[in-house]
Design a protein around this ligand. Structure first.
Ligand code: FPP
Length: 235
């Protein structure tokens, strides 16, 4: 089985999964968070080198105050716990998104986790928090415009690679495979620039139920695809 180098996942369906069980949405997020820990182990075991997950979008602030507060509590706990997980999996953790939107203590936990895990290379784990692809491009282009105005780069030097370097994912290879759980079939403003050639896979399975067997099933589908880059098949 050819395992994708970089898998991106849109973690969707926690709320509906919980509701179907007669439980509050927050219960779905707790289970979804626990599943994130398991899937990191599975990815490492299967030999996936890069994993990027969409955990909280720039749009998610519009959810009820209760749900947003519950998610912030979950992030606080998880970011702390993730130090141990990164050590166990030799996993480098990076947060993509506008972290300045979070409370100071969350920002400090993010900085601590990134610093602690920065030399690990077994698995590169990116968590998208307060992330929106268009917002990422806006922030990146502002920095690029600033560098141009200060004479650090000239417009003639700008190529696709330059733009990639101004995104939150600078230095991270583009995803080969994107999985979205829970039935919706859209990108929801996730890695728009980075996923120009990515294979997409949609499953009805809700995120808390997405286990290793489901992951292997998805990778098998990826293997059935005829990967072409710009119309030229790579042999
Ligand atoms: C989508 O399900 C999920 C979210 C908006 C939050 C994702 C959060 C986690 C998986 C847990 C925490 C993650 C970290 C990094 C600690 P939904 O609520 O949109 O479900 P629905 O579509 O059924 O309403």
């Amino acid at each position: 089985m050819n395992v994708p180098n970089h898998i991106a996942i849109i973690l969707d369906g926690n709320g509906r999964w919980a509701k179907a069980k007669g439980m509050p949405r927050s219960y779905g997020h707790v289970k979804g968070c626990a599943n994130l820990e398991t899937i990191c182990d599975d990815m490492k075991e299967l030999g996936v080198k890069y994993l990027t997950v969409y955990a909280f979008s720039t749009e998610n602030w519009k959810r009820s105050r209760e749900e947003v507060e519950g998610l912030m509590k979950l992030f606080r706990n998880y970011l702390k716990k993730c130090i141990k997980i990164s050590e166990k999996n030799k996993m480098r953790v990076k947060i993509i998104g506008d972290v300045t939107g979070f409370d100071g203590d969350i920002q400090r936990k993010i900085a601590e986790l990134e610093e602690f895990s920065k030399d690990y290379t077994e698995l590169h784990f990116q968590i998208a928090l307060n992330y929106g692809s268009r917002d990422e491009i806006v922030r990146g282009m502002r920095r690029m415009a600033d560098d141009i105005s200060k004479g650090r780069i000239s417009p003639a030097d700008i190529g696709e690679g330059t733009i990639g370097n101004y995104l939150d994912t600078a230095g991270i290879p583009d995803p080969d495979f994107m999985i979205r759980t829970s039935g919706e079939q859209r990108l929801s403003n996730f890695l728009l620039w980075q996923m120009a050639y990515t294979e997409f896979y949609f499953t009805d399975v809700a995120w808390p139920d997405f286990n290793k067997a489901e992951l292997i099933r998805a990778i098998e589908k990826y293997n059935e695809r005829d990967r072409r880059y710009g119309g030229v098949k790579e042999e």
